[in-house]
Design a protein around this ligand. Structure first.
Ligand code: IMP
Ligand code: MG
Length: 198
C-alpha cells in the first residue's frame, strides 16, 4: 500500500510561541503595595500626579493609583520609537500629549519597563521643561543590562534578566497585555527581532 506523503515536521508550521511565568500576579500586587507605601512615605502631604505611558503602563498605573493613600490624580502620554527593532535609533516621538499641565505638581512617571532608557530619557527632558515641583519615576520592571541612556528609576518593582517579557501591560505585537502575570516569551524563530517593536 503506497504511503501518503506527509510533509516533514520542519516544513509544516512555524515554531509555537510560549510564555513561561516569571513573576506571578500575586507577587506583582504585593510589590505594588510596597511601592505605594514608599511613595506616600516620601511625599506624606503632597497631592500626587501619576503620569503613565500608554499602553504598557496602564495596569501598573491603575493598581498603583488605587494603592496610594491620600490625594492622587493621573494623566496619560504616548510615545513611539522611530527605530522599530532591537537596535533602536533612540529617536522617540510624542504621539499623544498630556491633558493637563504638570507645572508645580509632584509628578510620578509610571512606566511598564525600563529597557534601553531612551523613552524615559526623552520623557524626563520633556517634563523637566514643564517645571513640575518634583519629578520621580516608578517602573514595574527594570532590565539594567540593556541600558544605553543614563537614566534610573526611583521606584523599581523587579529587576529582571535580559529576556523579552509580556503580560501585565507588556505586549508582543499588541498581544498578551491582559495577562495578570509577567512571563518570558519564547518565539523559537528569527522573528524575535520584531518583538522590540513599540
Ligand atoms: P526603552 O526606551 O528601550 O527603555 O524602551 C521602553 C519600552 O520598550 C517599554 O515601555 C516597552 O514598550 C518596550 N519594551 C522594552 N522591553 C520590553 C519587553 O521585554 N517586552 C515588551 N516590551 C518591551
Ligand atoms: Mg511602554
Amino acid at each position: 500500500m503506497p504511503q501518503s506523503k506527509k510533509p516533514g515536521p520542519q516544513a509544516t508550521k512555524a515554531p509555537r510561541e510560549s510564555v513561561r511565568i516569571l513573576i506571578t500576579g500575586g507577587r506583582i500586587q504585593r510589590r505594588i503595595q510596597e511601592i505605594a507605601k514608599q511613595i506616600r512615605k516620601d511625599f506624606p502631604d503632597e497631592p500626587l500626579h501619576l503620569v503613565s505611558v500608554l499602553k504598557g503602563g496602564v495596569f501598573f498605573l491603575t493598581d498603583l493609583a488605587r494603592s496610594i493613600s491620600g490625594e492622587v490624580s493621573f494623566d496619560f502620554i504616548a510615545v513611539s520609537s522611530y527605530g522599530q527593532n532591537t537596535h533602536s535609533s533612540g529617536q522617540v516621538r510624542l504621539t499623544r500629549d498630556l491633558d493637563s499641565s504638570v507645572e508645580g505638581k509632584t509628578v510620578i512617571v509610571v512606566e511598564d519597563i525600563l529597557d534601553t532608557g531612551m523613552t524615559l530619557q526623552y520623557l524626563l527632558r520633556l517634563f523637566e521643561q514643564r517645571k513640575p515641583k518634583h519629578l520621580r519615576v516608578a517602573v514595574l520592571l527594570d532590565k539594567p543590562e540593556r541600558r544605553i541612556a543614563d537614566v534610573r528609576a526611583d521606584y523599581v518593582g523587579f529587576s529582571i534578566p535580559n529576556e523579552f517579557v509580556v503580560g501585565y501591560g507588556l505586549d508582543y505585537a499588541e498581544r498578551y497585555r491582559n495577562l495578570r502575570y509577567v512571563g518570558i516569551l519564547t518565539l523559537g524563530s528569527d522573528t524575535k527581532k520584531d518583538a522590540a517593536k513599540k
